[in-house]
Design a protein around this ligand. Structure first.
Ligand code: SF4
Length: 73
């Protein structure tokens, strides 16, 4: 399994020293993400990934984590 480093420290899944603590995450192209305005929580990532299918991107700026969830408080 990959180790995911993430600097988005206001995410619920963010862990100390810039690690992602989620069991799984969904990364997709911005274009596909716009079709799914809601965040995709870690337990649902596999299901939604199947639904979305393949979404090529032209650059890293065209991709994002859909599992981001704002930390409470
Ligand atoms: S779920 Fe996404 S935004 Fe949140 S810590 Fe993990 S990689 Fe970062």
């Amino acid at each position: 399994m990959a180790t995911i480093r993430c600097t988005v420290d206001n995410c619920f899944y963010w862990a100390k020293n810039n690690y992602c603590g989620a069991d799984s995450i969904l990364v997709t192209s911005d274009r596909a993400a716009n079709r799914y305005p809601e965040g995709v929580d870690a337990p649902q990532a596999s299901v939604i990934a199947q639904d979305i299918g393949q979404t090529p991107a032209n650059s890293c700026e065209d991709t994002a984590c859909k599992t981001f969830r704002q930390k409470d408080g």
